[in-house]
Design a protein. Structure first.
Length: 323
């Protein structure tokens, strides 16, 4: 051991840190960084690859082939495969893409609404009602007037800091497990369907507000309960080898406890929670069954993913154009 390292170890030990453990963590971080760099280099080279790769069995196939000779799956064109490889350079497999994006978008919208409501003064009082409505929160009169896109945009809007923190913490707990289990496309469909149908259930329940003072609704709690429903469905379908049911069961227990505590708070939209949860159970059962059988062609799920993204972007565009 060199004198410099000995001195550094003594300083770290005096601060209460274990030098050996720190060196071990640094070594793992360095190895992981090198591995990520190598993977990025391989993906970059794969962008210009002239052959096709079967998404079902991984076989390398000539560019002119339309069907995999090993498993019979229909192959995407070389151009589409290159596009997918380019996306994987930016967003590698194994990252929780839509969980991360959703949390960042929720935080960004909350900060934007906070500034429109008076800045830090709104941290305690919450976002002003006209502001949340202008950003896309739903009200019964707005939905009755045909602004159905307001069933989509409120998924990303939170009315106070506690609202944002609670939903953010449980999205961080449940989201990665479900996204890894079902895949990005299915996960995005789950987010959109559970959030939208949860709000739809709340609108029907509160239809009497059509003649009274409209109360805005929003938040990702319907999605959170939808993820709980998906986790419940996964525990009911333990025959599926694609799903880590033990990990999902642990997330489910935490989610149920969260739901029981959160439901005791005043102003909670229970119908949105129930609607999202029931939708999550249904989708979880359907999508788990599809994973047990032969997978649908990748281009179908790519189309579903693109449709969901266009729905979200189009909904916010309509809110901006038709406040």
């Amino acid at each position: 051991m060199t004198p410099q390292r000995s001195l550094l170890d003594k300083i770290l030990a005096a601060l209460g840190w274990d030098p050996t453990r720190l060196r071990w963590r640094f070594h793992r971080l360095r190895e992981r960084s090198r591995r990520l760099v190598r993977q990025a280099e391989n993906r970059s080279r794969a962008v210009s690859y002239q052959h096709k790769i079967c998404s079902g069995c991984g076989l390398t196939v000539a560019a002119e082939e339309r069907r995999c000779p090993r498993c019979g799956q229909t192959l995407r064109s070389v151009a589409v495969q290159r596009l997918v490889r380019m996306l994987r350079v930016v967003v590698p497999e194994g990252t929780y893409t839509y969980t991360t994006v959703m949390m960042l978008v929720c935080v960004a919208f909350y900060l934007a609404m906070l500034m429109r409501s008076g800045g830090t003064a709104a941290l305690m009082s919450g976002i002003a009602t006209p502001v949340v409505v202008r950003f896309g929160a739903w009200t019964v009169p707005a939905i009755a007037a045909g602004q159905v896109w307001r069933l989509v945009t409120p998924i990303f809007l939170h009315f106070d800091l506690l609202h944002l923190i609670f939903n953010g913490l449980w999205l961080a707990q449940l989201g990665p497990v479900v996204e890894e289990s079902y895949g990005r496309s299915r996960y995005l469909l789950i987010i959109l369907a559970t959030g939208t149908l949860g709000f739809a259930a709340s609108v029907l329940y509160r239809w009497g507000e059509l003649q009274g003072v409209p109360v805005p609704g929003g938040g990702a709690s319907g999605v959170v309960f939808g993820l709980i429903g998906v986790a419940l469905a996964a525990t009911l379908r333990q025959r599926s080898r694609k799903l880590p049911t033990d990990e999902l069961r642990g997330s489910l227990v935490k989610g149920v406890l969260y739901g029981l505590i959160f439901s005791l708070l005043p102003g909670v939209d229970l119908m949105a929670h129930l609607g999202g949860g029931v939708t999550g159970v249904g989708l979880g059962l359907i999508l788990a069954d599809r994973q047990r059988t032969r997978r649908a062609p990748a281009r179908i799920w790519l189309g579903v993913e693109a449709s969901c993204l266009l729905t979200v972007l189009g909904s916010f565009a309509l809110v901006a154009l038709r406040p």
